[in-house]
Design a protein around this ligand. Sequence first.
Ligand SMILES: [Zn+2]
Length: 278
Amino acid sequence: MFKRYNLVFLILLLIISPIATAEIEIKTQWIQGGLILGNTDPSNDIEFLGKKVRVNPQGDFVIGLGRDAKPNVELLERVTSGKVITHTYAVEQRTYNEQKITGVPKKTVNVPESALPRIRKEVRAAKKARKVDSDLQSFLQKFIWPAQGIISGVYGSRRYYNGVPKRPHFGVDIAAPQGSAVIAPASGVITLVHENMYFSGGTVIMDHGHGISSTFIHLHKAHVKVGDAVKQGQLIAEIGSTGRSTGPHLDWRMNWFDQRLDPQLLMDGLPLPLNAAK
Ligand SMILES: [Zn+2]
């Protein structure tokens, strides 16, 4: 009888102990530009890059790895006892290509002093939109391509505009005729609509929850306004060639707050539909 109690106790301990130590489950690949989905005990606090990470009631959370994320990163987890567990993960390091682009408007390469106040204002507005930390759960959806066309630019590449080295490219470019549809890759709420930003031209930013946002730039026309709740697949804009651009294409960017993510990784092999439909 005593032995049997011991056994029951041992089994109970085995069942309870993972909860007590709160193992983090990671569902995606640790790679530069990657969106990392995880799950933990919802009563635990998660911290990444000095930021408290939102955990939903089911324990789901998301973080993002930037273009130059270090080979090893740490995720801190504070369990209910107050103890902090440090989880270390190895991040796959990527090599990025080089892309030389000529024929962009001169004023977008050699920026006149007079344009700086406008640019700063626009950068502030975009940063504010990407800071939103809502409880939307759309980041958990399987994302779809927001446009049909041909990939003409990839994430991370080092860029030279008219021969001048500039910041790397952070989006995936989909070339398609002006006026082609841009649809929501996942549901969300529109946090920024701008008709013509200096570099990015017509711009729409949408929040997918927990700091994950999509940015669509060089747009011809937006079909949404700030505050709109948009369903996955819904028309949000038309492709254009506004801002620092040489021809009509959609530049789709993704962020986890200020960390730039690679949207193409999210597509997970889902082929890009070739024929752009108006
Ligand atoms: Zn681009």
